[in-house]
Write a protein that binds this ligand. Structure first.
Ligand SMILES: Nc1ncnc2c1ncn2[C@@H]1O[C@H](COP(=O)(O)OP(=O)(O)O)[C@@H](O)[C@H]1O
Ligand SMILES: [Mg+2]
Length: 229
């Protein structure tokens, strides 16, 4: 299977070269674990290699995302100007979501605002992916796995945990995704330890151990041979 290098230093070693091409990977972690950094770093690295990336945000304003990552000096504005990074603000979609979850039967009878919104978003994504030859997609929140996979891009989706990574339930998005990368935040002797684990990656052999990672000057860095404790 062809591999897509992730751009996260050290992680490709755990994966035997990178993500399996054309698949959709879920990145799971608690707030502050580095999901947004991971996602943008993946697109940034692709852009450097000439692969157009699409970042879809549902929970944060695009300007804020870029401001928060500015210390890594990835030159995201430049990449955007060159058309190598496309940023899609889909936050409007999120605002119509609660209504239809309160009335689960409505969607079965007629298209709910949510249904229309997601359908529109999906159509827009497909149009952009085809028109701009997008190779990498990053997006926060669930669903779309198969649609993103069908687009031929290699996508990552980030999902925030509400419980500890250790006692979380198996979520639907994990069953539907082709691979799962966990970003652990562990307490050890009073210190916060960050650790990454490739929990599942269909079709390739990979390291399944928990390996430490840090935020360095150029982004997230994984130490593929180190043990956490
Ligand atoms: N330049 C940096 N140097 C060190 N740590 C950073 C830097 N930028 C972000 N971080 C760390 O990353 C965290 C936020 O990362 P982010 O990718 O936004 O996480 P998430 O999307 O999972 O909430 C911050 O709380 C901070 O601890
Ligand atoms: Mg985030």
């Amino acid at each position: 299977m062809d591999r897509v290098p992730t751009g996260v230093k050290g992680l490709d070693e755990l994966l035997g070269g990178g993500f399996p091409e054309g698949r959709c990977i879920l990145v799971v972690g608690s707030p502050g674990s580095g999901k947004t950094t991971f996602a943008m770093q993946y697109l940034y690295y692709g852009a450097l290699r000439g692969e157009t990336g699409l970042y879809i945000t549902l929970d944060e304003r695009p300007e804020h995302v870029k401001q928060n990552l500015s210390s890594f000096n990835w030159g995201l504005d430049d990449l955007e100007k060159k058309g190598k990074l496309l940023v899609m603000d889909a936050s409007g979609l999120r605002r119509v979501r609660p209504r239809s979850t309160e009335t689960p039967h409505a969607s079965a009878l007629s298209p709910s605002p949510e249904g229309l919104g997601f359908h529109d978003l999906l159509r827009t994504i497909t149009k952009v992916v085809d028109g701009e030859d997008v190779r990498r997609i990053a997006k926060a929140i669930i669903s779309f796995f198969d649609a993103l996979s069908d687009s031929g891009s290699t996508s990552i989706i980030t999902s925030e945990l509400k419980t500890s990574i250790m006692d979380r339930r198996l979520h639907l998005e994990e069953l539907l995704s082709h691979g799962v990368v966990l970003l652990h935040s562990l307490m050890h002797e009073g210190n916060l330890v960050r650790a990454v684990q490739v929990e599942k990656m269909r079709g390739i052999s990979h390291d399944t151990q928990i390996r430490p990672y840090q935020f360095g000057s150029t982004g997230i860095e994984v130490f593929p041979r180190d043990k956490v404790f």
